[in-house]
Design a protein around this ligand. Structure first.
Ligand SMILES: Nc1nc2c(ncn2[C@@H]2O[C@H](COP(=O)(O)OP(=O)(O)OP(=O)(O)O)[C@@H](O)[C@H]2O)c(=O)[nH]1
Length: 343
């Protein structure tokens, strides 16, 4: 089966920059096809969707608040239209209306019966200039932010540098581990959210290419390297030595500060365990799928950790600690992994 299509939810108070973010993603999708679910098409840049040939992929909801107006079955209908086995859509972005309650939106996605979609994370957009005032009027914003997998402190251009860092610090204090990014016009690197189809003109590598590049390493040695970008860091970790499943879970269940996504696959040092374990983590949502190695696969672990302001050494240290060099482990070492296995 194809990898499920990630559903990314964009939420945030009125006017914070949700539509701006959506338009930015549509313009910079790197060839990825984006299906959008919005309340109102009025402000979406239809031209950019036309350019990207995505006009078929638009699904519009009626007016009103997404989370209360739509029940799970209606939402499933929308997902069914956008995501089916032959769908050419790579990512679905749901723009919540300004006052939507993010918890019910996340539930809609996690509770969906559609096997072709997967939760792709909640992005909360905050207006840097209005944040303090919005928070006073709507103290529940703290709860909303804590559900996020990525927070954008947007409209960075509208405030002085000191106010921006103070707001970012306040948001970090609220969300703790969750990555927080200051943005202008919601310009984030789309690769934080999904993988582009093509290598952009800048010659930067896609994440899949990150996984397979760098062949200059000592046989048997884990390789970790980092690619820096304005918006995000990605750390790629490759090792032919099988991992200890418990150690890997310790990493995945307690991710370092700033990590937004972890993707790739793992091989475990467990007796009789010959499968390839595909790992997908967004924010605090971990999914693992057991599959077979195909003939062209290198039988090794390849993981990419993506986020903002990552402590590369700490990540490398923790992933190194998951490499198992002792004797082969008993099957019971897999119990923790089984909790996350998709059926
Ligand atoms: N100065 C500045 N203006 C911005 C920025 N991002 C968005 N805007 C403007 O802010 C206004 C609101 O942006 P939207 O993207 O429509 O915000 P929204 O969250 O979708 O708004 P609602 O749908 O009403 O909740 C628009 O006029 C944008 O052009 C930014 O980074 N800096």
């Amino acid at each position: 089966m194809k990898n499920p299509i990630p559903v990314v939810i964009v939420a945030g108070y009125l006017g914070s920059g949700k539509t701006t973010l959506l338009n930015h993603l549509l313009h910079n999708s790197g060839g990825a096809r984006i299906g959008v679910v919005v309340n109102d098409f009025g402000s979406i840049n239809i031209d950019s969707m036309l350019v990207a040939g995505q006009v078929d992929s638009m699904v519009s909801l009626g007016n009103g608040c997404l989370c209360c107006a739509v029940d799970v079955s209606e939402m499933d209908d929308l997902f069914a239209r956008l995501a089916h086995p032959r769908s050419e859509i790579d990512v679905i972005v749901v723009e919540a209306s300004g006052l939507a309650e993010p918890k019910s939106l996340i539930r809609l996605v996690l509770g969906s019966a559609n096997p072709h979609i997967a939760y792709g994370g909640l992005i909360e957009v905050v207006d840097a200039a209005e944040f303090a005032e919005t928070r006073e009027r709507h103290p529940e914003i703290d709860q909303h932010l804590r559900l996020a997998d990525l927070v954008l402190v947007n409209k960075a251009d509208r405030v002085a540098a000191e106010q921006l860092s103070a707001t970012v610090a306040t948001v970090r204090g609220i969300v703790e581990q969750v990555p927080v990014l200051a943005t202008a016009e919601a310009r984030i690197d789309p690769r934080l959210l999904f993988d582009p189809k093509t290598v952009p003109a800048t010659g930067q590598l896609s994440l899949d290419q990150l996984l397979i590049e760098d062949h200059h390493h000592e046989p048997g040695e884990p390789r970790t390297h980092r690619h820096l970008h304005d918006d995000y860091d990605s750390v790629s970790f490759v090792t032919p030595t099988p991992l200890h499943p418990v150690r890997l879970l310790e990493f995945l269940e307690d991710l370092p500060v700033g990590v937004f996504r972890v993707k790739g696959f793992a091989r475990f040092a467990v007796a009789g365990e010959k499968r390839k374990f595909v790992v997908h983590n967004v924010g605090r949502h971990l999914r693992i799928r057991a599959t077979r190695w195909v003939a062209s696969d290198l039988r090794e672990t390849q993981l990419v950790v993506i986020g903002t302001k990552l402590d590369v050494e700490a990540i490398r240290g923790r992933l190194d600690a998951a490499v198992h060099t002792g004797t082969v482990l008993e099957q019971q070492a897999m119990l923790g992994i089984h909790r996350y296995l998709e059926r």
